[in-house]
Every structure is written in structure tokens, then in C-alpha cells.
Design a protein around this ligand. Structure first.
Ligand SMILES: Nc1ncnc2c1ncn2[C@@H]1O[C@H](COP(=O)(O)OP(=O)(O)OP(=O)(O)O)[C@@H](O)[C@H]1O
Ligand SMILES: [Mg+2]
Length: 161
């Protein structure tokens, strides 16, 4: 697992932009964290990193927002789905076979539908001594190809590139 901290939404966006540079078509990102953790902020950074110029809005009510970039980007938020059968009704699982990049907020809602090979990103809130918030962002890759991709990302983060 690779862990990094960010001290503003701008820093989270910048981190997600750098992360996006390593993503390949078909990569699935399971993005967890409590309400207001910064999942949508992170997703915006990924979209920007993928060269998407459209305004990124939260898919809380639409469940899935689709963006046409060089690589299509599917931004999901399953928070409002009541169960996995409702997810299947709207075809959530089909997106995992497309050659776009899929990012899922609230992945625990569709855990058994998620492919085994995915990148897990978890965001936690932390508080500094002066009471200011920060975020602890954890990355874990599952599967050989994604572990390799993650290794390259981490190497560059550590090198400060
Ligand atoms: N370091 C940080 N990184 C990201 N967001 C931060 C940070 N510090 C403060 N914030 C604030 O936290 C909030 C994160 O909101 P966001 O909508 O991204 O959360 P979310 O995890 O998507 O919530 P939800 O579960 O409701 O979808 C924003 O108001 C943002 O300005
Ligand atoms: Mg959100």
C-alpha cells in the first residue's frame, strides 16, 4: 500500500492528475471513504488528468456520468443504490467490460460486482494540531498489471516528479 497526505482540494486534484497519467483503458478504480472525504474531488483530478475538459459533477443522483476523452471516463457513485440487483438493473457491471476508465465512489455498495483486478483508493480525514483538516490517501493495486502500473506511479511520487 502507498499512502500520501494532501492538505487542500487542490493538492488532491494535483495528485489524482499525476495518478491518471498511469491509467490504461479498462482500469477500474474503487474509490472509498466516508461522506465528504474527497472522492469526487479526486475523481475531478483523474478526469482532468485524462484530458477531459467538461465540468465534472457528482454522479450521486445520476449514478453514472460518462465523459468522452481520448480514453472514455465513467464516473460512478453507487451511494443511492439500494442493493446489487438494482445496480445490475442499470447495467453497472457492463461498464467493467468497456475499454474506458471506470471510477466508482462507494464501491462497497457493489462489492461482489467489482472485478478482482482493480486499484483501491481510500481517503480518510485527519486533523492537524491547529484543527485544520487533511486527507490520508491510500492506494492498493490488485493484479499483476495494476501492481506494475502502481509501482511506476509510486516510484515517481517518491522521486517527487
Ligand atoms: N485535502 C483535501 N482533499 C479533498 N477535499 C478536501 C480536502 N480538504 C478539504 N476538502 C473538502 O472536502 C470536501 C470533499 O467533498 P467531495 O464531494 O469530494 O467528497 P465525497 O467523498 O465525494 O463525498 P460523497 O460521499 O458525498 O460523494 C470538499 O468540500 C473539499 O473542499
Ligand atoms: Mg462524491
Amino acid at each position: 500500500m502507498f499512502t500520501i497526505q494532501t492538505y487542500s482540494p487542490q493538492e488532491t486534484i494535483a495528485l489524482a492528475k499525476r495518478f491518471a497519467a498511469y491509467l490504461n483503458p479498462g482500469t477500474i478504480i474503487a474509490l472509498s471513504g466516508e461522506l465528504g472525504a474527497g472522492k469526487t474531488v479526486f475523481a475531478k483530478g483523474v478526469a482532468i488528468g485524462l484530458g477531459i475538459n467538461e465540468h465534472i459533477t457528482s454522479p450521486t443522483f445520476t449514478i453514472i456520468n460518462e465523459y468522452d476523452g481520448e480514453i472514455p471516463f465513467y464516473h460512478m457513485d453507487t451511494y443511492r443504490l439500494s442493493d446489487e440487483s438494482e445496480a445490475l438493473d442499470i447495467g453497472v457491471d457492463e461498464y467493467f467490460n468497456y475499454s474506458g476508465i471506470v471510477l466508482v465512489e462507494w464501491p462497497e455498495q457493489i462489492e461482489t460486482l467489482l472485478p478482482a483486478e482493480c486499484i483501491r483508493v481510500n481517503i480518510k480525514k485527519g486533523w492537524q494540531d491547529d484543527g485544520r483538516e487533511y486527507r490520508i490517501i491510500e492506494f492498493t493495486a490488485k493484479g499483476h498489471k495494476l501492481e506494475k502500473l502502481m509501482g511506476e506511479f509510486v516510484e515517481n511520487e517518491i522521486a517527487g516528479n
